[in-house]
Design a protein around this ligand. Structure first.
Ligand SMILES: [Zn+2]
Length: 126
């Protein structure tokens, strides 16, 4: 099951099929896997961000905004606090083993934005 932090994430997700179908397929695959293994959903906490939204998010933490794959529809964030440490490791391993980026950047890693909770950043090149 795929759940959403709010209506913006739900609306963004509805556009993913045209913006980046491969990333949509990855999310459907992951949601099925996590349901089967752990009887839990995946929860999208962020999909698309404009560069202005990206700058504002990082300015709040006092950091300069890095160039983000969220601005090109190539990344989504997933809530991680609903999983155990073991489940988090499994999800990272599953995505990074099954999916690869040509630029060698990891498909999935756990990270923190200042003032925000930890989450999975899931990145897939077009
Ligand atoms: Zn992210």
């Amino acid at each position: 099951m795929i759940e959403f932090k709010g209506s913006k994430e739900r609306d963004d997700y509805a556009q993913l099929g045209t913006k980046h179908p491969k990333l949509l397929d990855l999310l459907i695959d992951l949601a099925e896997c996590v349901e089967l293994m752990f009887k839990k959903p995946i929860v999208l906490t962020s999909v698309h961000r404009s560069q202005d939204e990206q700058d504002a998010l990082y300015a709040a933490g006092g950091n300069k905004a890095p160039k983000s794959a969220h601005t090109t529809w190539e990344a989504v964030d997933l809530r991680d606090k609903i999983y155990t440490a073991h489940e988090i490791k499994f999800i990272e391993g599953y995505l990074n083993t099954k999916y690869k980026n040509d630029n060698k950047k990891p498909v999935c890693f756990n990270h923190t934005i200042s003032g925000n909770v930890n989450h999975f950043h899931v990145y897939l090149q077009r």
